[in-house]
Write a protein that binds this ligand. Structure first.
Ligand code: FCB
Length: 484
């Protein structure tokens, strides 16, 4: 007997996601100035192969074709980020209209094709001037460890809100603040590449503050129908065994990966165990009166980015030896302030993608149900999910990527599972629309549903794109994965 397909709720959004620095290129056009990622990628040894986002996939010039491509795939939504240094080159003061015009045109083109935009204000490209700024009396060294950056972000949020507020309904303040704080200032595998655990914790707080202040600034500009949220990358963190030591390791990483953001944003608090675990490093006096009221700005939605689960145990003997690989690059420095002597990471079971990330869709269901339990009134979106594989055009000129189809199938099924179990999930955004600049891995990792030939910039939808188009058109997922 044929088994029915999995049906998604009416109005469920089928989208794809990108980020400005990863696709736009045109790094010097129309008054754009360097962001921390321009500086970092131009620093020898920081990005594999010396790759930079100078040209990327030239979306700044090819946006019209890229929108046509999305429309051809039947996407009903597109999540992209605005480049802060394109809009406000010094990170303060008046906006550059040419920069804003690019996003106005992009949004108009999307709407003309019936594609709902979701704007992310910050996907990691801090104007370099803000990283270099040392406001008087500050020991923080600029960037996110410096409190003033949160106020600069709010000003920028207001500018973009004013420019696009009449036509964009879905807004996300920050993308994955965990990466900005702990990879950018802790392990240093992301820009700006600093390796100071206290700076990483300060950065986390100022990102929380930026989220709250940015949401307030947006609210002042946007019509009531606009929805304001954030995209986090919570860790689906699992203990290796049920031993007390392994459970404590899980608690520590849950605090540093998840609750450091969801505490302030959902509950207006930093949990006592997080403060205690990091007490040797800081007294958290950078959290000022009233900050935790601001960070708790009501969320209209919560975006969850998910790729793979993490498995932790109490520290094993060899925990301190050798460079750490945290899935985003290798570093001698840890992205887990205060946890290193207590926690070891283990490879989760499952096949590996080209990132060496295990394939395990149950982590996505778990997270969606976890946040349903924590914040039942807040609708959820999967704002990123996808996989890198070593895709190449075949002799027929087509790009066959059955591994990605399998990955997407199992993860979209995991979303359905969560919906059946009571999660209010309103949409799914595949990472990524196009192959692009994968941060410290440069162009070596391909996440796109659409293949990009980096010599010619030719776009070729992979078989996963055609498969996803069918899911988007029908709003249904075949119950079983069937290879082409
Ligand atoms: C996420 C980032 C996104 C992309 C994917 C693979 O952490 O938000 O830009 O690089 O990982």
């Amino acid at each position: 007997m044929a088994r029915e397909n999995l049906r998604f709720p009416p109005g469920f959004l089928w989208g794809a996601a990108t980020a400005a620095y990863q696709i736009e290129g045109a790094a010097r056009d129309d008054g754009r100035t360097p962001s921390i990622w321009d500086t970092f990628s131009h620093t020898p040894g920081k990005v594999l192969g010396g790759d930079t986002g100078d040209v990327a996939v030239d979306h700044y010039h090819r946006w019209r074709d890229d929108v046509r491509l999305m429309a051809g795939l039947g996407l009903t939504s597109y999540r992209f980020s605005v480049s802060w240094p394109r809009v406000q080159p010094t990170g303060r003061g008046p906006a550059v209209q040419r920069g804003l015009d690019f996003y106005r045109r992009l949004v108009d083109e999307l709407l003309a094709h019936g594609i709902q935009p979701m704007v992310t204000l910050y996907h990691w490209d801090l104007p370099q001037e803000l990283e270099d700024a040392f406001p008087s009396g500050s020991a923080a060294g600029g960037g996110w460890p410096e409190r003033d950056t949160a106020y600069r972000f709010a000003e920028y949020a207001g500018i973009v809100g004013e420019a696009l507020g009449d036509r964009v309904e879905m807004w996300s303040t920050l993308n994955e603040p965990w990466c900005s704080a702990f990879l950018g200032y802790g392990s240093g595998v992301h820009a700006p590449g600093r390796t100071d655990p206290v700076a990483a914790l300060r950065a986390a707080h100022h990102l929380n503050l930026a989220h709250g202040l940015g949401a307030q600034a947006l609210r002042e500009q946007l019509p009531a129908r606009a929805r304001i949220g954030v995209s986090l990358n919570p860790s689906a963190v699992r203990p290796l065994t049920a031993s007390a030591g392994d459970l404590d390791a899980r608690r520590r990483i849950d605090a540093l990966a998840n609750r450091v953001f969801t505490g302030p944003m959902l509950r207006g608090t930093y949990d006592d165990d997080l403060i205690a675990d990091t007490a040797r490093l800081t007294d958290w006096s950078f959290v000022q009166d009233d900050d935790l009221r601001i960070t708790r700005h009501p969320l209209d939605f919560l975006g969850i980015n998910y790729y793979a689960p993490a498995v932790v145990s109490a520290a094993t003997e060899d925990a301190a030896a050798g460079p750490r690989k945290d899935g985003h690059g290798a570093s001698e420095h840890s992205p887990w302030p205060g946890a290193d002597e207590h926690v070891s990471f283990h490879r989760a079971p499952g096949e590996l993608t080209a990132m060496d990330w295990p394939v395990d869709p149950t982590g996505l269901t778990d997270l969606l149900l976890e946040y349903t339990a924590q914040a039942p009134e807040v609708p959820l979106y999967v704002t990123e999910n996808g996989a890198a594989y070593d895709d190449k055009p075949g002799e027929d000129g087509q790009v066959h990527d059955p591994d990605r189809v399998r990955y997407l199938h199992s993860h979209i099924a995991a979303v359905h599972h969560a919906i059946l179990a009571g999660a209010d999930v309103r949409g799914y955004f595949l990472w990524s629309l196009l192959d692009n600049f994968e941060w410290a891995y440069g162009y070596s990792k391909r996440f796109g549903a659409v293949h990009v030939d980096y010599e010619t910039q030719a776009r070729t939808p992979k078989s996963s794109a055609h498969w996803y188009a069918k899911v988007a058109a029908s709003g249904e997922l075949p119950r079983e994965y069937v290879a082409d």
